[in-house]
Design a protein around this ligand. Structure first.
Ligand code: A3P
Length: 301
């Protein structure tokens, strides 16, 4: 089942931030709430969970290649990543809702993406003891990436200027809520739910092959050396950037004239955006919010 992209659509109005059970959301991700919460996960479903802009597409593409790269080569040239790995909570008028896409996925396992904080995940994923992969990215690069994304993702609230955006990020007034609560909530879940693999964008940048090995270990996969090499090359930033099946260029609610979904793909781009004063204020505030010494992020590699 595809997303229903046959006709060119106008951009829908930008969503407005609303407080949804204590978490910033827009109606595009809550309108389908009942179906989302009643979603029936299967035991072999794999959920890819992230705060937006933490490397969701990168890890989704890796998983897709690991599971289906060899068996369905035509998939690689004809189905965009957002149809292969449905976005559970999305519901935009005139597009097929994420729950329907996921329901009708013909693959096994089904790969499903969400940006939900841990408390919003439909209960069937826990009941079915599904494998979950959480990807986290350091807050400074994450907010920079999100800022740029909100300019191009026309269903997101207006980003406004950088300094007010940064303030809102620190206050947690973002779609999918506070980055601090998100990464901590999922980290805490990992202590009690063993089928959760928590990984970091920075580690992926440092050594993609090593992180793919860890993923395979978690998933019980053993690709050949040749296959692994192919995947590692295929998911390099430059290759994904020019791959129309991975770069979102056909997704209807994004503005590609001025922006690019595959923007920079680096650790440390925050240094090109934060002033020294903003960085100091951010670090002070960060220390107050990130009190768990076992959860550490790197802002450079
Ligand atoms: P930047 O905006 O910093 O470039 P998500 O998929 O969660 O929306 O995350 C998007 C971010 O991941 C973007 O960050 C994008 O460039 C980066 N990204 C996507 N694929 C990547 C890859 N293969 N290597 C490195 N970064 C990648």
């Amino acid at each position: 089942m595809s997303l229903n992209l046959d006709k060119k659509m106008d951009f829908p109005p930008r969503g407005e931030l609303l407080d949804f059970h204590g978490v910033g959301m827009t109606h595009y991700f809550t309108d389908n709430w009942e179906n989302i919460q009643n979603f029936q996960a299967r035991p072999d479903d794999i959920l890819i969970a992230t705060y937006p802009k933490a490397g969701t597409t990168w890890v989704s593409y890796i998983l897709d290649l690991l599971y289906f790269g060899q068996t369905s080569p035509e998939r690689q040239t004809s189905i965009p990543i957002y149809s292969r790995v449905p976005f559970l909570e999305i519901s935009i008028p005139s597009l097929v809702p994420g729950t329907d896409l996921a329901d009708k996925l013909p693959t096994s396992p089904r790969l499903i993406k969400t940006h939900f904080p841990v408390q919003f995940v439909p209960k069937s994923f826990w009941e079915q003891n599904c494998r979950i992969i959480y990807v986290a990215r350091n807050a400074k690069d994450n907010v920079v990436s999100y800022f740029h994304f909100d300019h191009m993702a026309m269903i997101q609230p207006e980003p406004g200027d950088w300094s007010s955006y940064l303030q809102r990020f620190m206050e947690g007034k973002m779609v999918w809520g506070s980055w601090y609560d998100h990464v901590n909530g999922w980290w805490k879940k990992k202590q009690t739910y063993s089928k959760l693999h928590y990984m970091f964008y920075e580690d992926m940048i440092e050594d993609t092959g090593r992180e793919i090995d860890k993923l395979c270990c978690f998933l019980g996969l053993s690709p050949s050396a040749e296959e692994k090499k192919q995947i590692t090359v295929g998911v390099q930033f430059d290759n994904m950037k020019k791959n129309d099946m991975a770069n979102y260029s056909t997704f209807p609610v994004m503005e590609f004239k001025m922006h690019s979904f595959m923007r920079k793909g680096k650790v440390g781009d925050w240094k090109n955006h934060f002033t020294v004063a903003q960085s100091e204020e951010f670090d002070e505030d960060y220390k107050k919010k990130m009190r768990d010494p076992t959860l550490q992020f790197r802002t450079e590699v």
